[in-house]
Design a protein around this ligand. Structure first.
Ligand code: HEM
Length: 408
């Protein structure tokens, strides 16, 4: 596809199906012609690696939403007779919507509670179990694999029953539209619905785990909360756990799915990896760089700030376009090539700074074991039809990856 657009034709339109299918030529043009770009929607789009890198730690930039956005929406809807407590709770408990001083306190609570990282054996067992159910001639690597593993892992980490995965996955689909590129009233309504359902599901579990704590994350969160001076209510604990299901699931689903798709469409890279299995973790980082499951993050300027010689005014929205930064030739050699032998120059797929991903280790482990096990159990694996994209830009990934596995 030609990338020679004139500056006046720069296209930043994550709703456009062409853009969604392959945003990279568009992002390249923006990065080269107008790297700090004011989109037709009014936000500023940062596309250079150096700018996105700096923005993650820029104290002049605040969270994804204006702090009062959820409260204002809540009051507005209440005035119209619609009370959306679930939505309000998400505004209070979802970390990306919260600023200092509450944000670091909630993160600290999570980090103290999450002291057990010994998930390898359970993840490996889950993967084997899934593979045992496959018809190797005809398997959908999204619905029968990548789409299931992260929710099952999270349920295990939280100490909740694996058989509830379908219910929780359905709920979390209702939460996702809130981080799509544009929020609509429908996305607030879906968030509200999802939050009410997740709170209803979790409240009895919180009671149960308070009475008889187990070695799991939910029990630890409750224990620490109950010992602290600034106690959260059980609704708030449930709201925070809903955020973990939200943050830790589809992101990981699509890290695994995108990596599998890239392996199947770049067989020479997969062959190289089969001969260099120790490079699996780095190959996953390369997939995360090449086609990240979280291609963009949002911020609001808390003060006037400058990028690329342009002043971004207080209150303006800013998009940290990780997908564009990851293809910046000033950072990566041959950025449009997938290269599993690339000496890592790191990537911004899990963010950086005060909001860096707390679950990156868990996502990396799952991706590593998913890919390692698939390579162990196959001579090769290949697409049997075109993959079908999921209709969201953020997270970015596939709904279906129809494949055939040639057993080892
Ligand atoms: C491939 C999988 C994942 C990707 C690509 C990813 C990506 C990210 C990114 C980019 C951020 C930074 C957000 C920002 O700067 O605004 C973030 C934050 C976070 N992620 Fe992840 N994540 C993944 C998996 C997980 C998992 C498995 C969990 C835990 C269950 C998790 C929990 C969190 C939390 C708690 C934060 C902190 C948010 C904040 O402090 O504002 N993530 N993630």
């Amino acid at each position: 596809m030609s990338t020679a657009y004139k500056a006046s034709q720069l296209r930043w339109d994550p709703f456009d199906p062409d853009f969604r299918a392959n945003p990279y030529p568009y992002l390249k043009t923006i990065r080269e012609q107008d790297p700090v770009h004011r989109s037709m929607h009014g936000e500023w789009i940062l596309t250079r690696y150096e700018d996105v890198f700096r923005a993650f730690a820029d104290q002049n930039l605040g969270p994804l939403t204006r702090t009062d956005e959820f409260d204002v929406t809540y009051e507005y809807l209440k005035g119209k007779g619609k009370v959306m407590e679930g939505m309000k709770l998400a505004g209070k408990m979802f970390l990306p919507f919260i600023d200092k001083p509450r944000h670091p306190k909630l993160r600290e609570w999570l980090h103290q509670a999450w002291n057990d990282r010994s998930v390898d054996e359970s993840v490996k067992k889950r993967i084997d179990h899934m593979m045992d159910q496959w018809d190797f001639d005809q398997v959908d690597l999204m619905t029968e694999f990548a789409g299931m593993l992260p929710i099952l892992t999270l349920l295990g980490v939280m100490g909740l029953p694996a058989e509830d995965w379908v219910q929780l996955k359905k709920i979390s689909f209702k939460l996702y539209p809130i981080i799509e590129y544009r929020r609509t009233m429908r996305s607030f309504e879906m968030l509200n619905e999802g939050m009410e359902e997740v709170v209803e599901y979790l409240l009895p579990w919180i009671e149960e785990k308070r009475k008889s704590p187990q070695p799991d994350l939910l029990s630890n969160l409750i224990k620490l909360n109950d010992q602290s001076e600034e106690k959260l209510t059980d609704q708030e604990i449930a709201g925070f756990c809903a955020f973990l299901f939200f943050a830790g699931q589809e992101t990981t689903v699509h890290l695994i799915g995108n990596s599998l798709q890239l392996m199947m469409t770049h067989p020479e890279q997969t062959e190289w990896l089969r001969n260099h299995r120790k490079a699996t973790a780095l190959a996953i980082e390369e997939c995360l760089r090449y086609d990240s499951s979280v291609p963009l993050l949002g911020r609001i300027a808390k003060e006037d700030t400058e990028y690329g010689g342009k002043i971004i005014k207080k209150g303006h929205g800013i998009v940290l376009c990780v997908a564009a930064a990851h293809r910046d030739a000033n950072r990566y050699e041959h950025p449009d090539q997938l290269d599993f032998s690339r000496t890592s120059k790191g990537n911004l797929g899990f963010g950086r700074g005060e909001r860096i991903c707390s679950g990156a280790w868990l996502a990396r482990k799952q991706a590593k074991w998913a890919i390692s096990k698939l390579m162990d159990r196959s001579q090769r694996f290949e697409l049997t039809a075109d993959p079908i994209r999921q209709d969201t830009f953020n997270p970015r990934g596939y709904a279906h990856l129809p494949a055939r596995i040639v057993p080892a």
